[in-house]
Ligand binder design. Structure first.
Ligand code: OOG
Ligand code: NI
Length: 451
Protein backbone atom coordinates (compact mmCIF):
# COMPACT_ATOMS: atom_id res chain seq x y z
CA UNK A 1 0.00 0.00 0.00
CA UNK A 2 2.88 2.32 0.79
CA UNK A 3 4.28 1.62 -2.69
CA UNK A 4 0.91 2.32 -4.31
CA UNK A 5 0.40 5.51 -2.34
CA UNK A 6 3.85 6.77 -3.25
CA UNK A 7 2.93 6.43 -6.90
CA UNK A 8 -0.48 8.01 -6.46
CA UNK A 9 0.76 10.87 -4.26
CA UNK A 10 4.42 11.62 -5.09
CA UNK A 11 4.70 14.10 -2.19
CA UNK A 12 4.28 11.15 0.14
CA UNK A 13 7.56 9.74 -1.22
CA UNK A 14 9.22 13.08 -0.44
CA UNK A 15 7.76 12.95 3.06
CA UNK A 16 9.26 9.49 3.60
CA UNK A 17 12.67 10.84 2.57
CA UNK A 18 12.36 13.77 4.94
CA UNK A 19 11.41 11.49 7.82
CA UNK A 20 14.25 9.07 7.10
CA UNK A 21 16.74 12.00 7.01
CA UNK A 22 15.49 13.45 10.28
CA UNK A 23 15.42 10.08 12.03
CA UNK A 24 18.99 9.36 10.94
CA UNK A 25 20.17 12.77 12.13
CA UNK A 26 18.34 12.44 15.44
CA UNK A 27 19.84 9.03 16.18
CA UNK A 28 23.35 10.17 15.16
CA UNK A 29 23.09 13.10 17.55
CA UNK A 30 21.63 11.14 20.45
CA UNK A 31 23.33 7.82 21.24
CA UNK A 32 21.24 7.45 24.42
CA UNK A 33 18.04 7.56 22.39
CA UNK A 34 19.54 5.06 19.96
CA UNK A 35 20.33 2.74 22.86
CA UNK A 36 16.92 3.17 24.44
CA UNK A 37 15.01 2.46 21.23
CA UNK A 38 17.22 -0.53 20.62
CA UNK A 39 16.59 -1.88 24.12
CA UNK A 40 12.86 -1.41 23.64
CA UNK A 41 12.91 -3.24 20.32
CA UNK A 42 11.65 -0.06 18.64
CA UNK A 43 14.50 0.42 16.22
CA UNK A 44 13.56 -2.36 13.83
CA UNK A 45 9.97 -1.15 13.55
CA UNK A 46 10.86 2.48 12.97
CA UNK A 47 11.26 2.26 9.20
CA UNK A 48 8.12 0.24 8.56
CA UNK A 49 5.94 2.04 11.02
CA UNK A 50 2.86 3.69 9.58
CA UNK A 51 -0.71 4.45 10.11
CA UNK A 52 -3.23 5.19 7.42
CA UNK A 53 -6.84 6.26 7.23
CA UNK A 54 -9.97 5.45 5.27
CA UNK A 55 -13.60 6.51 5.47
CA UNK A 56 -16.50 4.22 4.62
CA UNK A 57 -20.18 4.81 4.06
CA UNK A 58 -22.14 1.80 5.25
CA UNK A 59 -22.33 -0.73 8.07
CA UNK A 60 -21.73 -3.52 5.57
CA UNK A 61 -18.50 -1.87 4.36
CA UNK A 62 -17.30 -1.38 7.92
CA UNK A 63 -18.11 -4.89 9.09
CA UNK A 64 -16.48 -6.45 6.01
CA UNK A 65 -13.35 -4.42 6.70
CA UNK A 66 -13.45 -5.71 10.26
CA UNK A 67 -13.34 -9.25 8.81
CA UNK A 68 -10.52 -8.33 6.42
CA UNK A 69 -8.41 -6.84 9.18
CA UNK A 70 -9.17 -9.76 11.51
CA UNK A 71 -7.56 -12.06 8.93
CA UNK A 72 -4.47 -9.85 9.22
CA UNK A 73 -4.43 -10.05 12.99
CA UNK A 74 -5.78 -6.51 13.46
CA UNK A 75 -8.67 -5.67 15.76
CA UNK A 76 -10.67 -2.47 16.29
CA UNK A 77 -9.32 -0.54 19.27
CA UNK A 78 -11.08 2.47 20.80
CA UNK A 79 -14.03 4.54 19.70
CA UNK A 80 -13.52 8.11 18.50
CA UNK A 81 -16.38 10.53 18.09
CA UNK A 82 -15.55 13.32 15.66
CA UNK A 83 -19.04 14.81 15.39
CA UNK A 84 -18.30 17.06 18.35
CA UNK A 85 -15.63 18.66 16.18
CA UNK A 86 -18.04 19.14 13.29
CA UNK A 87 -16.90 16.10 11.30
CA UNK A 88 -19.83 13.77 10.55
CA UNK A 89 -18.06 10.48 11.30
CA UNK A 90 -17.20 8.17 14.13
CA UNK A 91 -14.17 5.94 14.06
CA UNK A 92 -11.99 3.19 15.38
CA UNK A 93 -8.43 2.08 14.61
CA UNK A 94 -7.67 -1.44 13.45
CA UNK A 95 -4.31 -2.57 14.74
CA UNK A 96 -2.33 -5.51 16.07
CA UNK A 97 -2.57 -5.84 19.84
CA UNK A 98 -0.03 -8.33 21.12
CA UNK A 99 3.49 -7.23 21.97
CA UNK A 100 5.17 -9.53 19.45
CA UNK A 101 3.02 -8.31 16.55
CA UNK A 102 3.41 -4.66 17.58
CA UNK A 103 7.16 -5.07 17.54
CA UNK A 104 7.17 -6.60 14.06
CA UNK A 105 4.92 -3.98 12.49
CA UNK A 106 2.41 -1.82 14.31
CA UNK A 107 0.48 -0.71 11.19
CA UNK A 108 -2.85 0.83 12.13
CA UNK A 109 -5.77 1.92 9.99
CA UNK A 110 -7.86 4.77 11.35
CA UNK A 111 -11.28 3.84 9.98
CA UNK A 112 -14.22 6.20 9.97
CA UNK A 113 -17.87 5.52 9.29
CA UNK A 114 -19.92 8.32 7.79
CA UNK A 115 -22.92 9.23 9.94
CA UNK A 116 -25.55 9.70 7.28
CA UNK A 117 -28.08 10.61 9.96
CA UNK A 118 -26.17 13.88 10.35
CA UNK A 119 -27.17 15.01 6.84
CA UNK A 120 -30.05 17.32 7.55
CA UNK A 121 -31.70 17.41 4.15
CA UNK A 122 -33.96 14.31 3.88
CA UNK A 123 -33.78 14.00 0.11
CA UNK A 124 -30.00 14.38 0.04
CA UNK A 125 -29.59 11.85 2.82
CA UNK A 126 -31.72 9.31 0.96
CA UNK A 127 -29.83 9.96 -2.24
CA UNK A 128 -26.48 9.43 -0.50
CA UNK A 129 -27.72 6.17 1.01
CA UNK A 130 -28.92 4.89 -2.34
CA UNK A 131 -25.63 5.76 -4.08
CA UNK A 132 -23.72 3.92 -1.37
CA UNK A 133 -26.07 0.93 -1.57
CA UNK A 134 -25.14 0.46 -5.24
CA UNK A 135 -21.38 0.15 -4.82
CA UNK A 136 -19.23 -2.74 -3.72
CA UNK A 137 -15.86 -1.61 -2.39
CA UNK A 138 -14.49 -5.17 -2.50
CA UNK A 139 -13.52 -7.18 -5.57
CA UNK A 140 -15.29 -10.53 -6.08
CA UNK A 141 -11.89 -12.17 -5.50
CA UNK A 142 -11.51 -10.37 -2.17
CA UNK A 143 -14.96 -11.51 -1.05
CA UNK A 144 -14.15 -15.14 -1.95
CA UNK A 145 -10.85 -15.01 -0.11
CA UNK A 146 -12.39 -13.45 2.99
CA UNK A 147 -14.83 -16.35 3.18
CA UNK A 148 -12.06 -18.86 2.50
CA UNK A 149 -9.75 -17.38 5.13
CA UNK A 150 -12.49 -17.45 7.71
CA UNK A 151 -13.35 -21.08 6.89
CA UNK A 152 -9.71 -22.14 7.07
CA UNK A 153 -8.81 -19.95 10.01
CA UNK A 154 -6.08 -18.26 7.95
CA UNK A 155 -4.24 -18.53 4.64
CA UNK A 156 -1.58 -20.59 2.94
CA UNK A 157 1.27 -18.31 1.76
CA UNK A 158 0.07 -18.10 -1.86
CA UNK A 159 -3.48 -17.38 -0.72
CA UNK A 160 -2.17 -14.64 1.55
CA UNK A 161 -0.39 -13.07 -1.43
CA UNK A 162 -3.57 -13.08 -3.47
CA UNK A 163 -5.55 -11.76 -0.52
CA UNK A 164 -3.23 -8.75 -0.18
CA UNK A 165 -3.40 -8.08 -3.94
CA UNK A 166 -7.21 -8.19 -3.97
CA UNK A 167 -7.64 -6.12 -0.82
CA UNK A 168 -5.24 -3.48 -2.08
CA UNK A 169 -7.84 -2.67 -4.76
CA UNK A 170 -10.21 -1.44 -2.05
CA UNK A 171 -7.72 1.26 -1.05
CA UNK A 172 -6.92 2.45 -4.54
CA UNK A 173 -7.73 5.94 -5.81
CA UNK A 174 -10.33 6.20 -8.62
CA UNK A 175 -10.38 9.41 -10.54
CA UNK A 176 -13.79 8.63 -11.99
CA UNK A 177 -16.52 9.77 -9.65
CA UNK A 178 -19.62 7.57 -9.63
CA UNK A 179 -21.94 10.59 -9.68
CA UNK A 180 -22.56 13.60 -11.88
CA UNK A 181 -21.22 17.00 -10.95
CA UNK A 182 -24.55 18.29 -9.63
CA UNK A 183 -24.79 15.43 -7.15
CA UNK A 184 -21.16 15.86 -6.16
CA UNK A 185 -21.74 19.59 -5.51
CA UNK A 186 -24.84 18.96 -3.41
CA UNK A 187 -23.05 16.42 -1.23
CA UNK A 188 -19.92 18.57 -1.07
CA UNK A 189 -21.95 21.54 0.10
CA UNK A 190 -23.54 19.45 2.87
CA UNK A 191 -19.99 18.59 4.00
CA UNK A 192 -16.85 18.06 1.99
CA UNK A 193 -16.27 14.77 3.72
CA UNK A 194 -19.64 13.43 2.61
CA UNK A 195 -18.71 13.94 -1.03
CA UNK A 196 -15.40 12.19 -0.40
CA UNK A 197 -17.08 9.11 1.05
CA UNK A 198 -20.11 8.87 -1.21
CA UNK A 199 -18.96 9.87 -4.70
CA UNK A 200 -16.24 7.34 -5.45
CA UNK A 201 -16.00 3.63 -6.04
CA UNK A 202 -14.06 2.89 -2.91
CA UNK A 203 -12.57 4.27 0.31
CA UNK A 204 -9.25 5.39 -1.16
CA UNK A 205 -6.52 5.50 1.46
CA UNK A 206 -6.44 9.20 2.31
CA UNK A 207 -3.06 9.40 4.03
CA UNK A 208 -0.18 7.31 5.30
CA UNK A 209 1.86 8.39 8.26
CA UNK A 210 5.45 7.44 9.06
CA UNK A 211 6.86 7.93 12.55
CA UNK A 212 9.50 10.57 13.13
CA UNK A 213 11.80 10.90 16.11
CA UNK A 214 11.75 14.70 15.96
CA UNK A 215 8.50 16.17 14.72
CA UNK A 216 9.57 19.75 15.46
CA UNK A 217 12.54 19.33 13.13
CA UNK A 218 10.33 17.62 10.56
CA UNK A 219 7.74 20.42 10.68
CA UNK A 220 10.48 23.03 10.27
CA UNK A 221 12.14 21.13 7.40
CA UNK A 222 8.98 20.55 5.34
CA UNK A 223 9.24 23.76 3.29
CA UNK A 224 12.85 22.84 2.38
CA UNK A 225 11.47 19.67 0.84
CA UNK A 226 8.78 21.57 -1.04
CA UNK A 227 6.00 20.50 1.31
CA UNK A 228 3.52 22.88 2.96
CA UNK A 229 2.76 21.80 6.53
CA UNK A 230 -0.46 22.47 8.40
CA UNK A 231 -0.12 25.45 10.73
CA UNK A 232 0.51 23.69 14.04
CA UNK A 233 1.58 20.32 15.42
CA UNK A 234 -1.32 18.60 17.18
CA UNK A 235 -1.04 16.99 20.60
CA UNK A 236 1.26 17.56 23.58
CA UNK A 237 4.34 19.80 23.46
CA UNK A 238 7.92 18.61 23.11
CA UNK A 239 9.17 16.99 26.31
CA UNK A 240 12.20 15.15 27.63
CA UNK A 241 9.92 12.14 28.06
CA UNK A 242 7.42 12.24 25.19
CA UNK A 243 3.84 11.30 25.93
CA UNK A 244 1.04 10.06 23.68
CA UNK A 245 1.12 11.32 20.13
CA UNK A 246 2.15 14.44 18.24
CA UNK A 247 1.05 14.84 14.62
CA UNK A 248 1.31 17.17 11.71
CA UNK A 249 0.41 16.85 8.05
CA UNK A 250 0.72 18.48 4.68
CA UNK A 251 -2.33 19.87 3.03
CA UNK A 252 -4.52 17.69 0.85
CA UNK A 253 -3.80 18.05 -2.83
CA UNK A 254 -6.25 19.12 -5.48
CA UNK A 255 -6.61 16.19 -7.85
CA UNK A 256 -8.36 15.93 -11.20
CA UNK A 257 -11.55 13.87 -11.27
CA UNK A 258 -14.07 13.04 -13.95
CA UNK A 259 -17.74 13.26 -13.14
CA UNK A 260 -20.32 11.00 -14.67
CA UNK A 261 -22.59 12.50 -17.30
CA UNK A 262 -25.55 14.34 -15.80
CA UNK A 263 -28.58 12.34 -14.76
CA UNK A 264 -30.16 10.06 -15.78
CA UNK A 265 -26.89 8.25 -16.64
CA UNK A 266 -25.52 6.55 -13.55
CA UNK A 267 -22.44 4.92 -14.89
CA UNK A 268 -19.27 6.99 -15.19
CA UNK A 269 -18.25 5.01 -18.26
CA UNK A 270 -21.25 6.27 -20.22
CA UNK A 271 -21.80 9.68 -21.70
CA UNK A 272 -19.30 12.55 -21.60
CA UNK A 273 -17.48 12.79 -18.33
CA UNK A 274 -16.98 16.28 -16.93
CA UNK A 275 -13.62 17.32 -15.57
CA UNK A 276 -13.40 18.60 -12.04
CA UNK A 277 -11.22 18.36 -8.98
CA UNK A 278 -11.35 16.87 -5.54
CA UNK A 279 -9.14 17.32 -2.48
CA UNK A 280 -8.84 14.43 -0.09
CA UNK A 281 -5.43 12.92 0.02
CA UNK A 282 -2.53 14.13 2.10
CA UNK A 283 0.52 13.03 4.06
CA UNK A 284 1.06 13.05 7.77
CA UNK A 285 3.89 12.46 10.23
CA UNK A 286 3.69 11.47 13.82
CA UNK A 287 5.91 11.21 16.85
CA UNK A 288 4.87 8.68 19.43
CA UNK A 289 5.54 8.81 23.14
CA UNK A 290 4.39 6.78 26.10
CA UNK A 291 0.91 5.43 26.69
CA UNK A 292 -0.80 7.15 29.61
CA UNK A 293 -3.01 5.52 32.23
CA UNK A 294 -6.57 6.86 32.69
CA UNK A 295 -5.13 9.09 35.43
CA UNK A 296 -2.38 10.42 33.14
CA UNK A 297 -4.82 10.84 30.29
CA UNK A 298 -7.23 12.82 32.46
CA UNK A 299 -4.37 15.18 33.32
CA UNK A 300 -3.43 15.46 29.66
CA UNK A 301 -7.02 16.21 28.63
CA UNK A 302 -7.39 18.83 31.37
CA UNK A 303 -4.15 20.59 30.43
CA UNK A 304 -4.98 20.45 26.74
CA UNK A 305 -8.38 22.02 27.22
CA UNK A 306 -6.84 24.69 29.44
CA UNK A 307 -4.34 25.49 26.68
CA UNK A 308 -7.21 25.79 24.22
CA UNK A 309 -8.91 28.52 26.24
CA UNK A 310 -6.39 30.99 24.91
CA UNK A 311 -6.92 32.17 21.32
CA UNK A 312 -5.33 29.74 18.87
CA UNK A 313 -1.82 30.68 17.78
CA UNK A 314 -1.42 30.62 14.03
CA UNK A 315 2.25 29.79 13.97
CA UNK A 316 3.66 26.59 15.37
CA UNK A 317 6.43 28.07 17.47
CA UNK A 318 4.06 30.35 19.38
CA UNK A 319 1.63 27.46 19.76
CA UNK A 320 4.37 25.20 21.14
CA UNK A 321 5.62 27.86 23.57
CA UNK A 322 2.14 28.29 24.95
CA UNK A 323 1.57 24.52 25.24
CA UNK A 324 4.89 24.04 27.02
CA UNK A 325 3.95 26.67 29.57
CA UNK A 326 0.66 24.94 30.32
CA UNK A 327 2.23 21.48 30.40
CA UNK A 328 4.89 22.29 33.02
CA UNK A 329 2.34 20.78 35.40
CA UNK A 330 2.77 17.37 33.82
CA UNK A 331 5.84 15.68 35.39
CA UNK A 332 8.68 15.21 32.94
CA UNK A 333 11.00 12.82 34.73
CA UNK A 334 10.42 9.17 34.23
CA UNK A 335 10.42 8.09 37.86
CA UNK A 336 7.76 10.63 38.88
CA UNK A 337 5.65 9.62 35.92
CA UNK A 338 5.92 5.98 36.89
CA UNK A 339 5.43 6.40 40.61
CA UNK A 340 2.45 8.66 40.17
CA UNK A 341 0.91 6.02 37.92
CA UNK A 342 0.60 8.36 34.92
CA UNK A 343 1.95 6.00 32.25
CA UNK A 344 2.29 2.30 31.47
CA UNK A 345 5.61 0.46 31.62
CA UNK A 346 7.23 -2.77 30.58
CA UNK A 347 9.27 -4.20 33.40
CA UNK A 348 12.40 -6.16 32.59
CA UNK A 349 15.15 -7.68 34.62
CA UNK A 350 18.16 -5.32 34.45
CA UNK A 351 21.69 -6.33 33.49
CA UNK A 352 22.67 -5.74 37.07
CA UNK A 353 19.76 -7.85 38.27
CA UNK A 354 20.96 -10.67 36.07
CA UNK A 355 24.48 -10.46 37.49
CA UNK A 356 23.17 -10.42 41.05
CA UNK A 357 21.03 -13.47 40.39
CA UNK A 358 24.07 -15.25 38.98
CA UNK A 359 25.95 -14.38 42.18
CA UNK A 360 23.14 -15.92 44.20
CA UNK A 361 21.68 -12.63 45.54
CA UNK A 362 18.00 -12.73 46.38
CA UNK A 363 15.52 -10.06 45.26
CA UNK A 364 12.67 -8.99 47.49
CA UNK A 365 9.91 -6.41 47.67
CA UNK A 366 7.31 -4.80 45.49
CA UNK A 367 7.86 -3.34 42.03
CA UNK A 368 8.94 0.10 43.30
CA UNK A 369 11.57 -1.48 45.53
CA UNK A 370 12.82 -3.67 42.69
CA UNK A 371 13.18 -0.64 40.43
CA UNK A 372 14.86 1.53 43.10
CA UNK A 373 17.25 -1.26 44.05
CA UNK A 374 18.19 -1.70 40.42
CA UNK A 375 16.91 -5.24 39.88
CA UNK A 376 14.39 -4.19 37.33
CA UNK A 377 14.26 -1.64 34.45
CA UNK A 378 11.01 0.15 33.68
CA UNK A 379 10.59 1.07 30.01
CA UNK A 380 7.64 3.20 28.96
CA UNK A 381 5.14 1.48 26.67
CA UNK A 382 4.61 3.28 23.35
CA UNK A 383 1.18 4.76 22.70
CA UNK A 384 -0.37 2.90 19.75
CA UNK A 385 -3.68 4.73 19.48
CA UNK A 386 -5.11 8.12 18.53
CA UNK A 387 -6.38 11.32 20.14
CA UNK A 388 -9.81 12.62 19.16
CA UNK A 389 -8.92 16.31 19.49
CA UNK A 390 -5.81 15.82 17.34
CA UNK A 391 -7.70 13.70 14.83
CA UNK A 392 -10.27 16.47 14.50
CA UNK A 393 -7.42 18.93 13.85
CA UNK A 394 -6.03 16.66 11.13
CA UNK A 395 -9.46 16.23 9.52
CA UNK A 396 -10.10 19.97 9.65
CA UNK A 397 -6.79 21.01 8.17
CA UNK A 398 -7.89 19.10 5.11
CA UNK A 399 -11.40 20.43 4.87
CA UNK A 400 -10.45 23.83 3.60
CA UNK A 401 -11.31 26.97 5.48
CA UNK A 402 -14.99 26.26 5.97
CA UNK A 403 -15.73 26.23 9.68
CA UNK A 404 -18.03 23.52 10.86
CA UNK A 405 -20.33 23.65 13.84
CA UNK A 406 -20.40 20.77 16.27
CA UNK A 407 -23.25 18.41 15.48
CA UNK A 408 -25.93 18.32 18.13
CA UNK A 409 -26.30 14.56 17.83
CA UNK A 410 -24.75 12.56 20.68
CA UNK A 411 -21.76 10.32 20.27
CA UNK A 412 -23.04 6.85 19.62
CA UNK A 413 -20.63 4.04 20.35
CA UNK A 414 -23.45 1.48 20.49
CA UNK A 415 -24.55 2.31 16.93
CA UNK A 416 -20.95 2.18 15.74
CA UNK A 417 -20.39 -1.24 17.30
CA UNK A 418 -23.63 -2.51 15.82
CA UNK A 419 -22.39 -1.46 12.38
CA UNK A 420 -18.95 -2.90 13.06
CA UNK A 421 -20.34 -6.21 14.21
CA UNK A 422 -18.43 -6.35 17.47
CA UNK A 423 -17.45 -4.15 20.40
CA UNK A 424 -14.24 -2.15 20.11
CA UNK A 425 -11.38 -3.14 22.41
CA UNK A 426 -10.60 -0.77 25.26
CA UNK A 427 -7.08 0.64 24.81
CA UNK A 428 -6.38 1.05 28.53
CA UNK A 429 -7.16 -2.62 29.14
CA UNK A 430 -4.56 -3.57 26.52
CA UNK A 431 -1.78 -1.43 27.99
CA UNK A 432 -2.60 -2.51 31.55
CA UNK A 433 -2.48 -6.15 30.49
CA UNK A 434 0.81 -5.71 28.68
CA UNK A 435 2.31 -4.05 31.77
CA UNK A 436 0.92 -6.74 34.10
CA UNK A 437 2.29 -9.52 31.88
CA UNK A 438 5.77 -7.98 31.90
CA UNK A 439 5.67 -7.63 35.67
CA UNK A 440 4.54 -11.21 36.18
CA UNK A 441 7.35 -12.38 33.88
CA UNK A 442 10.05 -10.43 35.68
CA UNK A 443 8.87 -11.53 39.11
CA UNK A 444 8.94 -15.10 37.91
CA UNK A 445 12.52 -14.64 36.64
CA UNK A 446 13.51 -13.23 40.02
CA UNK A 447 11.90 -16.17 41.78
CA UNK A 448 9.26 -13.98 43.44
CA UNK A 449 5.59 -14.66 44.02
CA UNK A 450 3.10 -12.48 42.12
CA UNK A 451 2.83 -8.90 43.35
C1 OOG B 1 -8.57 10.58 9.58
C2 OOG B 1 -8.01 11.72 10.39
C3 OOG B 1 -7.49 11.26 11.73
C4 OOG B 1 -5.21 10.84 12.78
O1 OOG B 1 -4.04 10.49 12.59
O2 OOG B 1 -5.61 11.31 13.86
C5 OOG B 1 -6.14 10.66 11.66
C6 OOG B 1 -9.07 10.98 8.24
O3 OOG B 1 -8.80 12.10 7.77
O4 OOG B 1 -9.78 10.15 7.63
O5 OOG B 1 -5.73 10.04 10.73
NI1 NI C 1 -3.65 10.11 10.60
Amino acid sequence: MSEMYRQEVPQYGTLLELVADINRRTLDADPTLLQRLDAEGELSRLDVERHGAIRVGTAEELSTLRRVFALMGMVPVSYYDLSEAGVPVHSTAFRPVDDEALKRNPFRVFTSLLRLELIEDDALRRQAASILARRDIFTPGARELIALGERQGGFAPDQAERFVTEILETFRWHRDATVDETTYRALHDAHRLIADVVCFRGPHINHLTPRTLDIDAAQAAMPDYGITPKAVIEGPPQRRWPILLRQTSFKALEEPVRFAADAPAEDASEGNPHQGSHTARFGEIEQRGMALTPEGRARYDALLSRSRQAPAASDNLAHQRHLSQVFVEFPDDIESIRREGLAYFHYRISDEGRQRLARGDVAAGDVDTLVIEGWVDALPITYEDFLPVSAAGIFQSNLGDAQHQAYAEQSNQAAFELALGRPVVDEFTLYAQSQADSLARVRHQLGLADD
